[in-house]
Design a protein around this ligand. Structure first.
Ligand code: Q9C
Ligand code: ZN
Length: 341
């Protein structure tokens, strides 16, 4: 399997996030992607290639132009106001308030985000552009006939909505790739999200569309971030009615219950008649993950890959979460090895 990778991910290097009431070292760090890459080469998964440059047009197929412009200029605006340290938002629009774009960067950060865990740093925009290119290059490989490809994206993407960032995510790499697959000929595409957290951004982007099925297995939002989306009764709207499926699972879920939900999800996907599959591949379902509470083991990841291969669909894997850094390479690449076995 070909892996697409860009060194530019390392330009996004946030210092801290608000976690349990304290500013702590960011869990989402450059070392994550470096360790996945070294595992790819260690096991000889296949060639590693750099991304092609697609520009921002395919990004704007899923993100609002004003949001993309905001991200492009946010660091400079922040530095001009405060100095060259990480930008974090601190206030958001609540029900009863008005949705007006502020002039001041502090207000803009809140307007275009939904949490205080996602710093903007000097190289963030370059890194997120590169990640979109990585996803788009992977989509192109799959569109041109590869059975599987791995977009080793960082920062991750599935929490990013059409016009707001959060959950360590800025551009929704998986959604950008799914849209590109639609735009290059696939009539129906499925995004399957197996990250521990609900893919709120991806769900919202495709919620009113019947051509992109979104299916997600994740920690129940009554217990876990992102709390305000990802419930089982969210089934899509309008033309998208029936094209959204959530499988919320409780804290402590192990592989038996998790894989039973996956079996159900796979039947759903097979019935939809997708021509291509995008997998939002998070491995924060691992029992050793420092911010998550599922109980999957390293040996389970190749099994997952095998189950996904059973769909017999051209498949693009897009890297999302996973914060047990020492295990992230073995677990993520394990899925890909299981898919190819
Ligand atoms: N103390 C991804 O896995 N922070 N994002 C939760 C609560 C948000 C995870 C910390 C976690 C976002 C792509
Ligand atoms: Zn996650």
């Amino acid at each position: 399997m070909i892996t697409v990778f860009s060194d530019a991910h390392a330009l996004h290097d946030g210092k801290a996030e608000l976690h349990d009431g304290k500013l702590v070292t960011s869990f989402e760090m450059p070392r994550r992607a470096a360790l996945v890459l070294s595992r790819v080469t260690e096991v000889g998964l296949g060639p590693v290639i750099p991304p092609s440059a697609f520009g921002l047009d395919p990004v704007k197929r899923v993100h609002a132009p004003d949001y993309v412009d905001f991200l492009a200029g946010a660091w400079d605006a922040w530095v001009a106001e405060h100095g060259a340290y990480d930008a974090l938002p601190f206030t958001w629009i609540a029900p009863g308030m008005r949705r007006v774009v502020p002039d001041h960067i502090d207000g803009k950060l809140g307007y275009y985000s939904f949490d205080a865990g996602t710093p903007i740093t000097a190289g963030t925009f370059q890194a997120v552009r590169a990640a979109a290119d990585v996803a788009l290059t992977g989509a192109q490989l799959v569109a041109r006939g590869e059975r599987g490809a791995f977009a080793l994206t960082r920062p991750p993407g599935h929490h990013a909505h059409r016009a707001c960032y959060g959950g360590y995510c800025f551009f929704n790499n998986a959604a950008i790739a799914a849209q590109a697959l639609r735009d290059t000929g696939a009539e129906r595409v499925c995004v399957l999200d197996i990250d521990y957290h609900h893919g709120n951004g991806t769900q919202d982007i495709f919620y009113d569309r019947g051509d992109v099925l979104f299916v997600s297995l994740h920690a129940d939002p009554v217990q876990e971030y992102p709390y305000f989306l990802g419930f089982a009764d969210e089934t899509g709207t309008g033309a998208g009615e029936g094209a959204n499926a959530n499988y919320p699972l409780p804290f402590g879920t192990g592989f038996e219950a998790w894989s039973a939900a996956l079996d159900h999800a796979l039947a759903r996907i097979a019935a939809f008649g997708a021509e291509a599959l995008v997998v939002s591949l998070g491995v924060d379902t691992y029992k050793g993950d420092p911010i998550s509470r599922f109980r999957l083991d390293t040996a389970d990841y190749p099994t997952i890959g095998g189950m996904l291969a059973g769909l017999r669909l051209p498949t693009l894997f897009v890297m999302e979460g996973g914060y047990a850094v020492e295990a992230i390479g073995v677990n993520a690449v394990g899925v890909l090895q299981g898919f190819e076995a």
